[in-house]
Design a protein. Structure first.
Length: 365
Protein backbone atom coordinates (compact mmCIF):
# COMPACT_ATOMS: atom_id res chain seq x y z
CA UNK A 1 0.00 0.00 0.00
CA UNK A 2 2.81 2.38 0.95
CA UNK A 3 4.62 1.60 -2.32
CA UNK A 4 1.44 2.29 -4.27
CA UNK A 5 1.07 5.71 -2.65
CA UNK A 6 4.70 6.56 -3.43
CA UNK A 7 4.24 5.59 -7.06
CA UNK A 8 1.05 7.66 -7.26
CA UNK A 9 2.79 10.78 -5.93
CA UNK A 10 5.72 10.23 -8.32
CA UNK A 11 3.32 9.91 -11.24
CA UNK A 12 1.50 13.11 -10.29
CA UNK A 13 4.81 14.93 -9.94
CA UNK A 14 6.02 13.84 -13.37
CA UNK A 15 2.74 14.95 -14.95
CA UNK A 16 3.02 18.30 -13.17
CA UNK A 17 6.54 18.83 -14.47
CA UNK A 18 5.48 18.06 -18.02
CA UNK A 19 2.22 20.01 -17.83
CA UNK A 20 3.80 23.23 -19.00
CA UNK A 21 7.35 24.18 -19.88
CA UNK A 22 8.56 27.52 -18.65
CA UNK A 23 9.00 29.98 -21.50
CA UNK A 24 9.93 33.10 -19.52
CA UNK A 25 11.76 34.20 -16.38
CA UNK A 26 9.81 34.97 -13.20
CA UNK A 27 10.58 36.39 -9.79
CA UNK A 28 8.76 34.79 -6.85
CA UNK A 29 6.84 37.05 -4.44
CA UNK A 30 5.82 36.01 -0.94
CA UNK A 31 2.05 35.98 -0.62
CA UNK A 32 -0.91 34.79 1.44
CA UNK A 33 -3.70 32.58 0.14
CA UNK A 34 -7.14 31.35 1.11
CA UNK A 35 -8.56 27.82 0.60
CA UNK A 36 -12.21 26.77 0.68
CA UNK A 37 -12.90 23.06 0.16
CA UNK A 38 -15.60 20.47 0.55
CA UNK A 39 -15.67 16.70 0.20
CA UNK A 40 -16.07 13.47 2.04
CA UNK A 41 -14.51 11.58 4.93
CA UNK A 42 -13.96 7.90 5.53
CA UNK A 43 -13.53 6.89 9.17
CA UNK A 44 -11.83 3.58 9.73
CA UNK A 45 -14.20 1.26 11.63
CA UNK A 46 -16.31 -1.92 11.83
CA UNK A 47 -18.63 -1.36 8.88
CA UNK A 48 -18.77 -1.41 5.13
CA UNK A 49 -16.76 1.28 3.37
CA UNK A 50 -19.83 3.08 2.08
CA UNK A 51 -21.47 3.11 5.51
CA UNK A 52 -18.57 5.08 7.02
CA UNK A 53 -18.59 7.97 4.49
CA UNK A 54 -19.55 11.35 5.86
CA UNK A 55 -19.48 14.97 4.63
CA UNK A 56 -16.43 17.10 5.25
CA UNK A 57 -15.37 20.75 4.79
CA UNK A 58 -12.12 22.60 5.22
CA UNK A 59 -11.01 26.23 5.22
CA UNK A 60 -7.42 27.39 5.38
CA UNK A 61 -5.40 30.58 5.46
CA UNK A 62 -1.84 30.07 4.25
CA UNK A 63 1.38 31.88 3.45
CA UNK A 64 3.90 30.95 0.77
CA UNK A 65 7.39 31.83 2.01
CA UNK A 66 9.29 30.56 -1.02
CA UNK A 67 8.59 28.73 -4.28
CA UNK A 68 8.87 25.43 -2.36
CA UNK A 69 7.89 26.07 1.26
CA UNK A 70 4.67 27.38 2.79
CA UNK A 71 2.46 26.93 5.82
CA UNK A 72 -1.25 27.14 6.51
CA UNK A 73 -3.72 27.22 9.36
CA UNK A 74 -6.43 24.76 8.30
CA UNK A 75 -9.74 24.06 10.00
CA UNK A 76 -11.26 20.70 9.01
CA UNK A 77 -14.73 19.90 10.34
CA UNK A 78 -18.14 18.32 10.14
CA UNK A 79 -18.71 14.67 10.84
CA UNK A 80 -17.09 11.31 11.57
CA UNK A 81 -18.71 7.90 11.73
CA UNK A 82 -18.19 4.70 13.72
CA UNK A 83 -19.55 1.19 13.42
CA UNK A 84 -20.53 -1.34 16.07
CA UNK A 85 -20.54 -4.99 14.96
CA UNK A 86 -22.86 -7.32 16.96
CA UNK A 87 -25.64 -4.89 17.67
CA UNK A 88 -29.20 -6.32 18.03
CA UNK A 89 -31.98 -4.05 16.95
CA UNK A 90 -34.43 -5.93 19.24
CA UNK A 91 -34.50 -8.95 21.51
CA UNK A 92 -34.09 -12.14 19.51
CA UNK A 93 -32.91 -10.36 16.38
CA UNK A 94 -29.74 -11.47 14.64
CA UNK A 95 -26.72 -9.42 15.64
CA UNK A 96 -25.73 -6.91 12.98
CA UNK A 97 -23.78 -3.76 12.41
CA UNK A 98 -24.91 -0.30 13.41
CA UNK A 99 -23.34 3.02 12.56
CA UNK A 100 -23.19 6.13 14.65
CA UNK A 101 -21.94 9.61 13.88
CA UNK A 102 -20.38 12.43 15.85
CA UNK A 103 -19.11 15.87 15.03
CA UNK A 104 -15.75 17.56 15.30
CA UNK A 105 -13.65 20.60 14.47
CA UNK A 106 -9.90 20.05 13.86
CA UNK A 107 -7.63 23.11 13.52
CA UNK A 108 -4.13 22.17 12.36
CA UNK A 109 -0.90 23.83 11.31
CA UNK A 110 0.26 22.26 8.03
CA UNK A 111 3.70 22.64 6.47
CA UNK A 112 3.43 22.65 2.67
CA UNK A 113 6.10 21.56 0.20
CA UNK A 114 5.63 22.27 -3.51
CA UNK A 115 7.22 19.22 -5.13
CA UNK A 116 6.78 20.53 -8.67
CA UNK A 117 8.87 23.62 -7.95
CA UNK A 118 11.33 21.57 -5.91
CA UNK A 119 12.08 19.03 -8.62
CA UNK A 120 11.12 20.84 -11.83
CA UNK A 121 12.09 24.44 -11.12
CA UNK A 122 9.98 27.47 -10.28
CA UNK A 123 7.21 28.20 -12.77
CA UNK A 124 4.19 30.19 -11.54
CA UNK A 125 2.24 29.59 -14.75
CA UNK A 126 2.58 25.80 -14.63
CA UNK A 127 -0.80 24.16 -15.30
CA UNK A 128 -0.54 21.67 -12.44
CA UNK A 129 1.41 21.72 -9.19
CA UNK A 130 1.81 18.80 -6.81
CA UNK A 131 2.44 19.46 -3.12
CA UNK A 132 2.94 17.32 -0.05
CA UNK A 133 2.18 18.44 3.48
CA UNK A 134 2.51 17.33 7.07
CA UNK A 135 1.12 18.92 10.18
CA UNK A 136 -0.71 18.56 13.43
CA UNK A 137 -3.14 20.16 15.79
CA UNK A 138 -6.14 19.22 17.87
CA UNK A 139 -9.43 17.48 17.21
CA UNK A 140 -12.35 18.88 19.17
CA UNK A 141 -15.08 16.20 19.24
CA UNK A 142 -18.69 16.81 20.28
CA UNK A 143 -22.27 15.60 19.74
CA UNK A 144 -21.43 11.92 20.41
CA UNK A 145 -25.08 11.21 21.35
CA UNK A 146 -25.60 8.20 19.06
CA UNK A 147 -22.68 6.28 20.60
CA UNK A 148 -24.04 7.05 24.07
CA UNK A 149 -27.48 5.73 23.05
CA UNK A 150 -25.90 2.41 21.90
CA UNK A 151 -23.98 2.10 25.21
CA UNK A 152 -27.17 2.83 27.16
CA UNK A 153 -28.68 -0.35 25.71
CA UNK A 154 -25.98 -2.43 27.35
CA UNK A 155 -23.31 -2.56 24.66
CA UNK A 156 -19.74 -2.21 25.83
CA UNK A 157 -18.01 0.88 24.47
CA UNK A 158 -14.82 1.07 26.52
CA UNK A 159 -13.79 4.58 25.49
CA UNK A 160 -17.22 6.12 25.37
CA UNK A 161 -17.09 9.86 25.71
CA UNK A 162 -19.69 12.57 26.12
CA UNK A 163 -19.72 16.33 25.90
CA UNK A 164 -16.62 17.86 24.24
CA UNK A 165 -13.26 16.11 23.97
CA UNK A 166 -10.00 17.65 22.76
CA UNK A 167 -7.35 15.26 21.44
CA UNK A 168 -4.10 15.76 19.48
CA UNK A 169 -4.22 14.88 15.81
CA UNK A 170 -1.48 14.30 13.24
CA UNK A 171 -2.02 14.99 9.58
CA UNK A 172 -0.29 14.31 6.25
CA UNK A 173 -1.41 14.39 2.64
CA UNK A 174 -1.00 15.34 -0.99
CA UNK A 175 -2.54 18.30 -2.82
CA UNK A 176 -2.85 18.90 -6.55
CA UNK A 177 -3.60 22.43 -7.77
CA UNK A 178 -4.80 23.18 -11.31
CA UNK A 179 -4.10 26.76 -12.30
CA UNK A 180 -7.14 28.70 -13.54
CA UNK A 181 -5.56 32.17 -13.45
CA UNK A 182 -2.82 34.06 -11.65
CA UNK A 183 -5.09 34.37 -8.60
CA UNK A 184 -7.23 31.22 -8.61
CA UNK A 185 -6.52 27.50 -8.73
CA UNK A 186 -8.76 24.46 -8.47
CA UNK A 187 -7.39 22.27 -5.70
CA UNK A 188 -7.86 18.58 -4.98
CA UNK A 189 -6.53 17.24 -1.70
CA UNK A 190 -6.29 13.94 0.10
CA UNK A 191 -5.19 13.77 3.73
CA UNK A 192 -4.88 11.15 6.44
CA UNK A 193 -5.43 11.95 10.13
CA UNK A 194 -4.32 9.91 13.12
CA UNK A 195 -5.74 10.14 16.66
CA UNK A 196 -5.75 8.14 19.85
CA UNK A 197 -7.77 4.91 20.13
CA UNK A 198 -10.44 6.78 22.13
CA UNK A 199 -11.74 8.88 19.21
CA UNK A 200 -14.46 6.45 18.05
CA UNK A 201 -15.43 5.41 21.64
CA UNK A 202 -14.29 1.83 21.02
CA UNK A 203 -11.20 0.04 22.17
CA UNK A 204 -9.21 -1.49 19.31
CA UNK A 205 -5.71 -1.46 20.70
CA UNK A 206 -4.43 0.81 17.93
CA UNK A 207 -4.78 4.36 16.70
CA UNK A 208 -7.98 5.68 15.11
CA UNK A 209 -7.84 7.06 11.56
CA UNK A 210 -9.97 9.16 9.27
CA UNK A 211 -9.25 10.12 5.65
CA UNK A 212 -10.53 13.18 3.79
CA UNK A 213 -10.86 13.81 0.06
CA UNK A 214 -11.54 17.47 -0.70
CA UNK A 215 -11.90 19.76 -3.67
CA UNK A 216 -12.23 23.52 -3.82
CA UNK A 217 -10.62 26.82 -4.69
CA UNK A 218 -7.28 28.28 -3.71
CA UNK A 219 -7.21 32.08 -3.96
CA UNK A 220 -3.97 34.06 -3.86
CA UNK A 221 -4.21 37.22 -1.77
CA UNK A 222 -1.87 39.45 -3.72
CA UNK A 223 0.61 38.98 -6.54
CA UNK A 224 2.53 35.72 -6.37
CA UNK A 225 5.16 36.54 -8.98
CA UNK A 226 6.56 39.14 -11.31
CA UNK A 227 7.61 38.51 -14.84
CA UNK A 228 11.18 39.48 -15.50
CA UNK A 229 11.47 41.51 -18.64
CA UNK A 230 13.69 39.91 -21.20
CA UNK A 231 16.94 41.82 -21.50
CA UNK A 232 17.18 44.01 -24.53
CA UNK A 233 19.22 42.37 -27.20
CA UNK A 234 22.71 43.66 -27.35
CA UNK A 235 23.22 45.93 -30.32
CA UNK A 236 24.89 44.25 -33.18
CA UNK A 237 28.14 46.00 -33.68
CA UNK A 238 29.04 45.94 -37.30
CA UNK A 239 32.73 46.17 -37.51
CA UNK A 240 33.71 48.54 -40.30
CA UNK A 241 35.52 46.87 -43.07
CA UNK A 242 39.17 47.68 -42.83
CA UNK A 243 40.35 50.28 -45.22
CA UNK A 244 42.25 48.67 -48.01
CA UNK A 245 45.91 49.01 -47.48
CA UNK A 246 47.22 50.99 -50.36
CA UNK A 247 50.76 50.05 -50.90
CA UNK A 248 52.74 53.10 -51.85
CA UNK A 249 53.74 53.04 -55.41
CA UNK A 250 57.36 52.16 -55.75
CA UNK A 251 59.44 55.20 -56.20
CA UNK A 252 60.90 54.95 -59.62
CA UNK A 253 63.81 57.19 -59.87
CA UNK A 254 63.49 59.06 -63.05
CA UNK A 255 66.45 58.37 -65.19
CA UNK A 256 67.07 61.56 -66.91
CA UNK A 257 68.13 60.91 -70.44
CA UNK A 258 70.59 63.54 -71.52
CA UNK A 259 70.35 64.07 -75.18
CA UNK A 260 73.75 64.28 -76.88
CA UNK A 261 74.68 67.68 -78.31
CA UNK A 262 75.95 68.37 -81.78
CA UNK A 263 77.30 71.69 -82.96
CA UNK A 264 78.70 72.50 -86.37
CA UNK A 265 81.44 75.18 -86.38
CA UNK A 266 81.73 76.45 -89.94
CA UNK A 267 84.81 78.08 -91.58
CA UNK A 268 85.37 80.15 -94.74
CA UNK A 269 87.50 78.88 -97.59
CA UNK A 270 91.11 78.13 -96.71
CA UNK A 271 90.57 79.38 -93.07
CA UNK A 272 91.03 77.39 -89.81
CA UNK A 273 90.38 80.18 -87.29
CA UNK A 274 87.04 80.16 -85.40
CA UNK A 275 85.13 83.30 -86.21
CA UNK A 276 83.32 85.30 -83.50
CA UNK A 277 79.95 84.24 -84.93
CA UNK A 278 80.87 80.54 -84.73
CA UNK A 279 82.42 80.95 -81.26
CA UNK A 280 78.88 81.38 -79.91
CA UNK A 281 78.30 77.74 -80.86
CA UNK A 282 81.49 76.75 -79.02
CA UNK A 283 80.18 78.55 -75.93
CA UNK A 284 76.96 76.50 -76.16
CA UNK A 285 79.12 73.36 -76.13
CA UNK A 286 81.07 74.70 -73.15
CA UNK A 287 77.84 75.29 -71.16
CA UNK A 288 76.64 71.78 -71.92
CA UNK A 289 79.90 70.16 -70.81
CA UNK A 290 80.00 72.30 -67.67
CA UNK A 291 76.48 71.19 -66.76
CA UNK A 292 77.25 67.55 -67.43
CA UNK A 293 80.83 67.06 -66.23
CA UNK A 294 80.85 63.36 -67.11
CA UNK A 295 80.18 64.05 -70.78
CA UNK A 296 82.88 63.92 -73.46
CA UNK A 297 83.03 65.37 -76.94
CA UNK A 298 84.35 64.16 -80.31
CA UNK A 299 85.64 67.00 -82.55
CA UNK A 300 86.10 66.09 -86.26
CA UNK A 301 87.49 68.50 -88.86
CA UNK A 302 86.51 68.54 -92.55
CA UNK A 303 87.45 70.33 -95.83
CA UNK A 304 85.40 70.72 -98.95
CA UNK A 305 86.31 68.57 -101.93
CA UNK A 306 85.52 71.36 -104.38
CA UNK A 307 88.76 73.24 -103.74
CA UNK A 308 92.41 72.31 -103.10
CA UNK A 309 93.68 68.78 -103.08
CA UNK A 310 93.84 65.95 -100.57
CA UNK A 311 97.18 67.08 -99.07
CA UNK A 312 95.99 70.63 -98.55
CA UNK A 313 92.60 69.54 -97.40
CA UNK A 314 94.02 67.00 -94.88
CA UNK A 315 96.13 69.75 -93.29
CA UNK A 316 93.26 72.25 -93.29
CA UNK A 317 90.76 69.79 -91.77
CA UNK A 318 93.21 68.90 -88.95
CA UNK A 319 93.85 72.63 -88.27
CA UNK A 320 90.11 73.32 -88.08
CA UNK A 321 89.60 70.48 -85.48
CA UNK A 322 92.65 71.69 -83.50
CA UNK A 323 91.30 75.26 -83.46
CA UNK A 324 88.08 74.16 -81.77
CA UNK A 325 89.94 71.93 -79.26
CA UNK A 326 92.32 74.78 -78.36
CA UNK A 327 89.44 77.15 -77.73
CA UNK A 328 87.69 74.55 -75.48
CA UNK A 329 90.77 73.83 -73.38
CA UNK A 330 92.70 77.06 -73.27
CA UNK A 331 89.98 79.66 -73.39
CA UNK A 332 87.11 77.85 -71.63
CA UNK A 333 88.98 75.38 -69.39
CA UNK A 334 87.49 72.10 -70.62
CA UNK A 335 89.77 69.27 -69.63
CA UNK A 336 91.67 67.80 -72.56
CA UNK A 337 90.89 64.24 -71.41
CA UNK A 338 87.22 64.91 -72.16
CA UNK A 339 88.00 65.76 -75.80
CA UNK A 340 88.80 63.48 -78.68
CA UNK A 341 89.80 65.04 -82.03
CA UNK A 342 90.00 63.69 -85.57
CA UNK A 343 90.03 64.96 -89.16
CA UNK A 344 88.68 63.50 -92.37
CA UNK A 345 90.15 65.89 -94.92
CA UNK A 346 87.94 66.11 -97.96
CA UNK A 347 87.61 62.38 -98.36
CA UNK A 348 84.35 62.42 -96.30
CA UNK A 349 81.76 65.02 -97.11
CA UNK A 350 79.06 65.20 -94.32
CA UNK A 351 76.97 67.71 -96.23
CA UNK A 352 75.67 67.60 -99.80
CA UNK A 353 76.40 71.31 -100.28
CA UNK A 354 80.10 71.76 -100.93
CA UNK A 355 80.73 74.95 -98.94
CA UNK A 356 79.14 73.47 -95.78
CA UNK A 357 81.89 70.84 -95.61
CA UNK A 358 84.36 73.51 -94.40
CA UNK A 359 83.43 72.52 -90.82
CA UNK A 360 84.39 71.02 -87.47
CA UNK A 361 81.57 68.83 -86.19
CA UNK A 362 81.42 68.44 -82.36
CA UNK A 363 79.28 65.53 -80.99
CA UNK A 364 79.00 64.68 -77.28
CA UNK A 365 78.69 61.06 -76.17
Amino acid sequence: MKTLKTLLVAALLSVGCAAQAQDADYTFKKHAYLQLQGGAQYTLGEAKFGDLISPNVQAALGYQFSPVFGARLAVNAWQSKGGYNGYQVSDGANPGNIQYKYKYVAPTIDFMFNLSNLFCGYNPVRTMNVSAFVGGGVNVGFSNDEANDIAAKGYNMTYLWDGTKVRPVGKAGVAVDFRLSDAVALGIEGNANILSDKYNSKKAGNADWYFNVLAGLKINLGKSYEKVAAPAPEPVVVEPEPEPVVEPAPVVEEVKVIEPLRIDVFFTINVSKVSEAEEAKVKELVEYMTKYPDKKVQVTGYADAGTGNNKINDRLAAQRAAAVVKMLTEKYGISADRITSDSKGSRVQPFAENDLNRVSICITD
